[in-house]
Ligand binder design. Structure first.
Ligand code: SF4
Length: 486
C-alpha cells in the first residue's frame, strides 16, 4: 500500500498507533533499574501496552522490554539483570501484538558515538518527511517508531561529539518530545521548545531523577526540584550538570489535556498541581453551566476531582453514583470499536440508591466518540434517575492531536460533526454543557501558554508529509503497521 493514497489512508484510520507515553530517567542511584521500574509503574496510566528499561553500569547498556503492563513485563529475575546505577524507562501505548515488540522503548542503537538508548514521549511532526529522505539515502530503520529518526539524524550528522550530534538532530525534528537519553557514562533530558509534554527533574541522595510526572518521583522517594524547561537540554555526567537552551525560542504550548484527563491528580505537571487545576475546572463549569439538581456524580476516575469542584461551587451534594471496575483498561485508548463497546459495559455500574428519583448532574472530563457516555446514561436511567444533566469539564473535542495524545480522528469525534443539541439527543439526556476554552485556560491560571488545538484547531505546529496531506500525519508509518498485521 502506498502512503500517498488518501483513500487507503482513510480506510485504515481505525488502526492508527496509540502514542501516549510515560518516561523515566535515573542517574547515579544504586540499583537504578529498580527505581526506573517503580517510576514507570507510577506512570502506568500513561501507557499500558509495552514497557522497557535500559540500564548502565558505566560501560555497557542493558535492555529489556516487553508487551504489556509494567508488572507483567518485569519479573524480579529480569530486573536483577539490568545492573548499574543509571537507567531510563518507558511505557507506551502502541498497537497490541508481539510483532510490535520491536517498537517498544527505550530504543537502543549502536553508533559511532557508542551505544545510545532513548525514551520518548510525544510525536515528531516531521518524522515522516525525515524518514523518507533518510531512507532514500540508504538508511535502514529497525522500528516503525518516529523516535528512531533522531538516532539516524545523529548518525548522519557531521558532528564529532555525541552532545553536538544530539543537539543537531533535535534542531531538525519538530513537534512534541520529552526525551531521556542514556549513554554508558551520562544521561540527557530534553523537552521540545513548545513544551507540549511534561518532564520533571528530581533529586535522590547523590543522584538525579527525571519523569513525566511527579508521582513517579514520589514513589522513588525523590524530591521534586523543578521542571525541565521547554527547549532545555540537561546533561548529567561525572563532570556535573549542564543545562543549555540550544534551540530557537518559540511560544510555549503546554498540553492542556494533561490537566483535563491524563495527569494523575497527585502529580505536579507544568509546575502546577493537577488536583488543583482539575478542581478549578469543575468549579468553573458550575459557574458557566449551573443546573438545579439533587446530586453531582462523576464518571470515575478521571472526572472525580472535577465533579468535586462542580459540587463545591454549586453546593449540590457530591456522591459516587457510578462505580468503576479497575480491572479493565481506560476506554478511549483501547484498540478497536468492538472492544471499546464491550469494555464500557464491564467497566461501570450505577448505584441505584444514589440516583433513583433524583435529578442527577453527571460530570465527565471529555467526550470522544460518545459511545461510553451513551451506555452510562442508559445505566443511570435503568437505575431510576429522574433527570440527567451532563456537564463536561473541557470544551468539545473537535480535532485530533499531533503531539502525542491518542485522540481519535476528526471523523470519529462526535463533536466534530454534531451540534451540542445533536449530542444531547444522541445521549438522551435532559441537558448537556461543555466548559468554554476561556474557562479552561482561566482554570489553569493560563497566561496563554497552553496548547488547545484539539478544541480550537489552533495547531502550533502543523505536521508535515511528503504529499502535503498533513491531516493524516497521525498515520505516520501506518503502511508498515498494516503490512505487519497481514
Ligand atoms: Fe494536548 Fe490537545 Fe494540544 Fe494534543 S492538541 S497537545 S491533546 S491540547
Amino acid at each position: 500500500m502506498t502512503i500517498n493514497n488518501i483513500d487507503n489512508l482513510k480506510n485504515i484510520e481505525s488502526y492508527y498507533p496509540k502514542e501516549e507515553c510515560g518516561i523515566v530517567g535515573v542517574y547515579n542511584i544504586p540499583e537504578a533499574a529498580n527505581f526506573a521500574y517503580l517510576g514507570i509503574y507510577a506512570l502506568q496510566h500513561r501507557g499500558q501496552e509495552s514497557a522497557g528499561i535500559v540500564s548502565s553500569d558505566g560501560e555497557r547498556l542493558f535492555r529489556f522490554a516487553g508487551m504489556g503492563k509494567v508488572s507483567d513485563v518485569f519479573k524480579e529475575q529480569k530486573l536483577k539483570q539490568l545492573i548499574g546505577s543509571s537507567a531510563i524507562a518507558h511505557n507506551r501505548y502502541s498497537t497490541t501484538g508481539a510483532s510490535f515488540l520491536r517498537n517498544a522503548q527505550p530504543i537502543r542503537v549502536e553508533s559511532r558515538f557508542g551505544t545510545i538508548a532513548m525514551a520518548h514521549n510525544g510525536n515528531i511532526t516531521n518524522a515522516w518527511t525525515i524518514r523518507h529522505e533518510l531512507e532514500a539515502k540508504g538508511s535502514i530503520f529497525q522500528t516503525t517508531a518516529d523516535t528512531e529518526v533522531i538516532c539516524h539524524l545523529m548518525a548522519n550528522s557531521n558532528e564529532a561529539e555525541l552532545s553536538s550530534a544530539l543537539t543537531y538532530a533535535l534542531g531538525i525534528i519538530k513537534g512534541a518530545y520529552s526525551l531521556v537519553v542514556l549513554i554508558p557514562d551520562a544521561i540527557y533530558a530534553v523537552r521540545d521548545p513548545n513544551g507540549f509534554r511534561p518532564l520533571v527533574m528530581g533529586k535522590k541522595d547523590d543522584g538525579y531523577v527525571f519523569a513525566s510526572e511527579t508521582c513517579a518521583l514520589d514513589i522513588m522517594d525523590a524530591e521534586y526540584i523543578r521542571d525541565v524547561e521547554p527547549g532545555e537540554l540537561i546533561h548529567i555526567s561525572e563532570q556535573g550538570i549542564q543545562s543549555s537552551f540550544p534551540f530557537k525560542k518559540c511560544s510555549e504550548n503546554l498540553c492542556i489535556f494533561e490537566f483535563v484527563y491524563f495527569g494523575r491528580p497527585d502529580s505536579k505537571i507544568f509546575n502546577k498541581e493537577v488536583y488543583d487545576i482539575r478542581f478549578r475546572l469543575g468549579q468553573q463549569l458550575a459557574k458557566e453551566s449551573p443546573v438545579e439538581a439533587d446530586v453531582v456524580i462523576p464518571v470515575p476516575d478521571s472526572s472525580t476531582i472535577a465533579a468535586l469542584g462542580y459540587s463545591d461551587q454549586s453546593k449540590i451534594p457530591f456522591h459516587m453514583g457510578l462505580i468503576r471496575s479497575h480491572y479493565i483498561g481506560r476506554t478511549f485508548i483501547e484498540p478497536d470499536q468492538k472492544i471499546r463497546d464491550f469494555g464500557a459495559k464491564l467497566k461501570y455500574n450505577a448505584i441505584e440508591h444514589v440516583v433513583k428519583n433524583k435529578k442527577v448532574v453527571v460530570v465527565d472530563d471529555s467526550i470522544m466518540r460518545g459511545t461510553t457516555q451513551k451506555k452510562i446514561i442508559k445505566m443511570l436511567k435503568n437505575s431510576g434517575a429522574k433527570e440527567i444533566h451532563v456537564r463536561i469539564s473541557s470544551a468539545p473535542t473537535v480535532y485530533p492531536c499531533y503531539y502525542g495524545i491518542d485522540i481519535p480522528t476528526s471523523e470519529e469525534l462526535i463533536a466534530h460533526n454534531h451540534s451540542i443539541e445533536q449530542i444531547r439527543t444522541y445521549l438522551g439526556v435532559d441537558s448537556i454543557s461543555y466548559l468554554s476554552i476561556e474557562g479552561m485556560k482561566n482554570s489553569c491560571y493560563d497566561n496563554d501558554n497552553h496548547c488547545t488545538a484539539c478544541f480550537d484547531g489552533n495547531y502550533p505546529i502543523l505536521p508535515e508529509s511528503s504529499n502535503g496531506f498533513y491531516s493524516n500525519q497521525k498515520l505516520l508509518f501506518e503502511e508498515y503497521y498494516v503490512e505487519e498485521k497481514l
